[in-house]
Design a protein around this ligand. Structure first.
Ligand code: OFO
Length: 162
């Protein structure tokens, strides 16, 4: 049994996951336009993963007999300040996602929704991975920023993950 406030919060999270997808797609477009082709491929894949996150929530609400209510998606940032800015902003974004997931976990626990508590565990683990990926890339920026050759090599390495 899901409480109304939990259903509302999950609907809001569906919207936020799609907003995340839109942000990463915008980052992919910026990377493509500035010739960071590895990052363009990487963020395109991230965008697809975020749609997957939204769809898992979508399925969960439907399976538990609750109503999915979609809302407008906020337009993403479209201009960035170079290669490093993309990853710093993505890391900050993922930290916000993690806080939102933890809030859902807290609501599920308070409202004794065992099915939601179990379902949300996947997202808790996923956020550990997502933050680790962006932390690793942001950590490497200090070795390459200011060097076009360094950025080129890191971009290429990131592209190989896509
Ligand atoms: Fe990047 O984890 Fe969903 O939003």
């Amino acid at each position: 049994m899901l409480s109304k406030r939990l259903v509302d919060a999950i609907n809001d999270q569906i919207n936020y996951e799609l907003e995340s997808s839109y942000l990463y797609l915008s980052m992919s477009a910026y990377a493509e336009a500035t010739d960071y082709l590895g990052s363009a491929a990487f963020f395109k894949k991230q965008a697809q993963e975020e749609v997957g996150h939204a769809m898992k929530f979508f399925g969960f609400l439907n399976e538990t007999g609750n109503r999915v209510l979609l809302a407008g998606i906020k337009g993403p940032e479209v201009e960035f300040e170079g290669f490093g800015d993309l990853y710093r902003k993505a890391l900050e974004h993922e930290k916000t996602v993690t806080a939102r997931i933890h809030n859902l976990v807290d609501i599920a626990a308070e409202d004794k929704s065992h099915e939601a508590s179990s379902f949300l565990r996947w997202y808790v683990d996923e956020q550990v991975e997502e933050e680790a990926t962006f932390n690793m890339i942001v950590g490497k920026l200090k070795f390459v920023e200011g060097s076009k050759q360094g950025e080129y090599l890191l971009d290429k390495e990131i592209g190989s993950r896509a």
